[in-house]
Ligand binder design. Structure first.
Ligand SMILES: Nc1ncnc2c1ncn2[C@@H]1O[C@H](COP(=O)(O)OP(=O)(O)OP(=O)(O)O)[C@@H](O)[C@H]1O
Length: 254
């Protein structure tokens, strides 16, 4: 497994936020992390990204315990795009995306053609090539989100963690970004709220509730009307779309 957690626990403010989570994502696959607000998705991503240390349990990257890996080694292989990343420094889009190359460069090593190629490819993939000289604070919410995703792509990670990467994006950019993520050679874990986008782009899905995994597996097994009702308290009809062959969730209101 490229990314795995075993019985990971993390408590904060006197409460168990991540409560014995065991998940795994095969190399190159996309795992969707679903669950209601406050179910622990961001906290789990931060534990996997080593921004927080688990109180118990193990996170492994490529089979190696992340707690034993040097931070520099983690930074070279794993990228995390957080939900509300921001900066007060007056940086341009290009400067931010170039920061993605930092883990691959020594303090004195010159900027290389490979660095340029990674940055250009990242800008192109998120459609921000023409806005490369724009200052961060002049960007729209969606442009900021795409810039942060580009920074992570420029890092050329083998493991990519994304916390609600589409929440500011219009539908075309939502589809483009998730399509890109699902086609990357990297192993991706993506926290999402949109069940239909998860059905379209994820190989597997894990649903969190109160810090615990309540259901995990391929979308066909996880996205059932029963689970959606139990987890979200919402009635739904789930069917296979005749148009793209993936599951489609229809919410039943009233
Ligand atoms: N440092 C902290 N101290 C106390 N409580 C915390 C801390 N970090 C997170 N929490 C709580 O843990 C719970 C899970 O938060 P988390 O952000 O991981 O959920 P989430 O599933 O990502 O939510 P959302 O879908 O709303 O983004 C929330 O109730 C949150 O208030």
């Amino acid at each position: 497994m490229s990314i795995a957690t075993r019985d990971v626990r993390w408590a904060a403010g006197g409460a168990m936020i991540v409560d014995g989570v065991t998940i795994e994502a095969a190399a190159g696959s996309t795992l969707g992390l679903l669950g209601p607000n406050g179910s622990g998705k961001s906290s789990l991503l931060r534990l996997i990204g080593r921004l927080r240390r688990a109180d118990a349990g193990i996170v492994t990257l490529g089979g190696a315990d992340i707690a034993a890996l040097p931070h520099a080694a983690i930074a070279r292989r794993l990228a995390l795009v957080e939900q509300q990343a921001t900066t007060e420094i007056p940086l341009t889009v290009l400067e931010i995306v170039r920061l993605g190359r930092t883990p691959h460069r020594g303090p004195l090593s010159p900027w290389t053609g490979a660095d340029d190629a990674a940055v250009e490819s990242a800008l192109r993939h998120v459609g921000m090539e023409e806005k490369r000289d724009r200052l961060w604070h002049t960007l729209s919410g969606g442009e900021r989100q795409r810039t942060h995703i580009a920074r992570a792509l420029a890092q050329t990670p083998s493991e990519l963690l994304l916390d609600e990467p589409t929440n500011h994006l219009d539908i075309r950019h939502q589809l483009e970004i998730l399509s890109l993520v699902s086609r990357l050679p990297a192993t991706c874990i993506v926290a999402l709220h949109d069940l239909n986008l998860a059905a379209l782009f994820c190989d597997t899905i894990a649903i969190l509730c109160d810090g615990r995994v309540v259901c995990a597996g391929p979308p066909d097994q996880v996205l059932t009307a029963e689970t959606i009702r139990d987890v979200y308290g919402v009635n739904a009809h789930v069917e296979r779309s005749p148009h793209h062959g993936k599951l489609q969730v229809h919410f039943l209101i009233g």
